[in-house]
Design a protein around this ligand. Sequence first.
Ligand code: FAD
Length: 408
Amino acid sequence: MAQHYVIVGAGECGARAAMALREEGFDGDVTLIGGETHLPYERPPLSKEGMLAEVFAAKTINTAERMAETGVVFRGGAEVSGIDRSTRTLVMGNGTALPYDKLLLATGAAPRRLPDVAGQHIAYLRTLEDAQRLRDVLGPGKRLAIVGGGFIGLELAASARARGAEVVLMEALPRLLSRAVPEAIAAQIQARHELAGVGLVFGDGLAGIEDGASGAIVRLKSGRMIEADLVLVGIGSVPNVGLASAAGLTVDNGIAVDRHLATDDADIFAAGDCCSFPLEIYGGRRVRLESWRNAQDQGALAAKNMLGAGATVGHVPWFWSDQYELTLQIAGLSDEGATTVRRELGDGAVILFHLSADGRLVAASGIGVGNMVAKDIRLAEMLIGRGARPEAGALEDAGVKLKALLAA
Ligand code: FAD
């Protein structure tokens, strides 16, 4: 009988994994189950170009035709509610059972909710419907309040300004992007938002949000009050681990997998935003990444390993964000760095190289207009992957080509 491989979650990771199973030559049955009703679609445009386009359309990852051609059975709008590991069977939300031989959990993440706060004018941004709702409200003269100075909030602030809305963004900490971005680059991003007329409020905690006569009233701990047509809450994401933990799989800031993306059940793998995994280039440090490329890379790797390849997660983390004309790119984990070297590329573009105490390049963070930093971040990523120890002077000097350091 044909083997049946099932993927739960039809986002970036699950969609990629389904195709990769076929590319790797798997000729058994493949079922891709998506809780959302849509065909798999890209999330990054939801806060960026999708907000600005004349006509809002989802950017599909796997078309229905492509899935039909490759024999991937897509079950959209279908929720998996349980895993019976003893019989290798999924319990579907409608009560039916679905047997599997190998299972990939690619359940992604969900926006972290504000506890004890409810109201008609509060929005989160993860899905196509969320984006549609925001787009419908944001326009000239509308007021948007954003809770949280992370990527989602900042990208939406830029898009909302471009759509003519007034924006106030509140960050409880003293600066933007304090989780993943070096201070110097966050300062550059802050300056750009100020130039665009975004009102920034730092260091003032949220006291509450309530419905007012024409929108929401946001109250801050200082007593300050902000009125808005809509409040976007962007305070991070939480991995969707409910299925895994109910099935007795280990959860540790995400579904815990080993370096082959296997859970503690040899027939169940997890990948993408939902999982935490050890990164060997950082001494096996367990991380969970919320990034598009990681979801793709891990989807492909999980497919291989479901087929027994035994391949190891070795990708250098990489992330980008677009705000206004600026693109930020980060390769590696900047908090692994002990010292920083700055390289000016001209026209305001800059790359910070992060070196460990023993001189190893562990991360590079760059910002500039359009794709100004893209090539150098790509080369830095390769240097990081190789465990290179470039001279600080060479990194600082824009006249020294990173390609030459790679050759050395
Ligand atoms: P998801 O895309 O979250 O997909 C998981 C899917 O699983 C969901 O559709 C969910 O409904 C489904 N699911 C969960 N549980 C079940 C269940 N029990 N049954 C059935 N289905 C289930 N990354 C970048 O690197 N750069 C960017 O600029 C960037 N911009 C972004 C902008 C926005 C607005 C958002 C939301 C994300 C952005 N990201 C960006 C992050 C990137 O999109 C994610 O890292 C990526 O989508 C993760 O893919 P995933 O497949 O792991 O999870």
